[in-house]
Design a protein around this ligand. Structure first.
Ligand SMILES: N[C@H](CCC[C@H](N)C(=O)O)C(=O)O
Length: 294
């Protein structure tokens, strides 16, 4: 059995996150450990954020991201806020430079406790998202679900925030769509060779929208930060909103996204610690710290 690693169960406005401290060790959190942790109600999660020693000079840590089905993700905005809160509490530092599969990423904890993550620049090319076939204009791609002559969802915008996203624009209440039924079909649609995170978005003003996301590799979640970023970028690109938007998410929490003039997308919101423990990164066997809150 490998030695155990400390972890914190946290959430980013309801997005269930495990922050795993893998610093000073060479092993990785395995897919088997992810599946085991997710199978236990106490540690059920959407993403594991595994903090490793830095690989690249100029960065403080490398963060490896696993979905609850054991697959890897390039980006996780809500999870990054949890990582920042955990490291800020430990070190007293407020700003961090991380590396993820999607590249270098800066983040900052503000005086009010909210955290902003620079999610980098969005990509719109069909090969970059990626899509399986050429679409010159990814503001609206041909894809629909439901009856052929009366589709329930159709013509999404596609965006990469380091990870693939499709945003379906809806006029009705986002809760009136059976995302739990359509999500898996769309996530695995052949148009998305690396699968995709599927969001339905209702624009309520030039500065606000309501979103629900079916996450690739995790299913329905209470919030998805990279989907919030993708939604705002896609809405601004299609003139549905401006570039600074508040998003209401299914858990009831709000995220703020700003698509800056320098093309970077900044995600801001809260993060919350729930309890701490230690776990075996190869098997997922875990125990709660005795001094940890309930
Ligand atoms: N919850 C995450 C997104 C995880 C994305 C993941 N499901 C994937 O791309 O496979 C967030 O806050 O950005």
């Amino acid at each position: 059995m490998a030695s155990t690693a400390p972890f914190a169960k946290m959430n980013g406005i309801g997005n269930e996150i495990i922050v795993a401290d893998m610093r000073g060790r060479a092993d990785q959190v395995t897919a088997a450990a992810a599946l085991a942790l997710n199978a236990d109600a106490a540690t059920r999660f959407d993403q594991i954020m595994a903090i490793h020693d830095a690989k690249t000079p100029g960065t403080a840590y490398y963060v490896d991201i696993l979905n609850s089905d054991g697959t890897s993700a390039q980006a996780c905005g809500n999870g990054m806020r949890c990582v920042v809160q955990a490291l800020a509490a430990e070190t007293g530092q407020k700003t961090f430079t991380f590396e993820t599969r999607a590249g270098i990423l800066n983040a900052r904890e503000h005086a009010d406790g909210t955290i902003s993550v620079d999610m980098g620049v969005p990509r719109f090319g069909w090969q970059e998202i990626p899509l399986a076939e050429e679409f010159r204009d990814t503001r609206m791609i041909e894809l629909q679900i439901g009856p052929i002559d009366a589709p329930v969802l159709h013509s999404p915008s596609a965006v990469s925030m380091g990870n693939p996203h499709a945003i379906f624009w809806v006029d009705r209440d986002v809760w009136s769509y059976e995302l739990e039924r359509f999500g898996p079909l769309l996530e695995n649609h052949p148009i998305f060779p690396e699968r995709a995170n599927i969001t339905i978005a209702q624009v309520t003003s030039p500065e606000s929208m309501i979103i629900r996301t079916w996450e690739r590799g995790a299913g329905l979640t209470k919030a998805c930060g990279s989907a919030a970023c993708a939604s705002v970028v896609a809405a601004a690109r299609t003139r549905r909103t401006g570039r600074s938007v508040s998003l209401l998410t299914p858990g009831g929490g709000t995220l703020h996204v700003e698509w800056r003039d320098d093309d970077h997308v900044i995600l801001t919101g809260a993060a919350e610690w729930e309890f701490s423990g230690s776990f075996d990164p190869s098997t997922g066997t875990w125990a709660r710290d005795t001094e940890s809150a309930a």
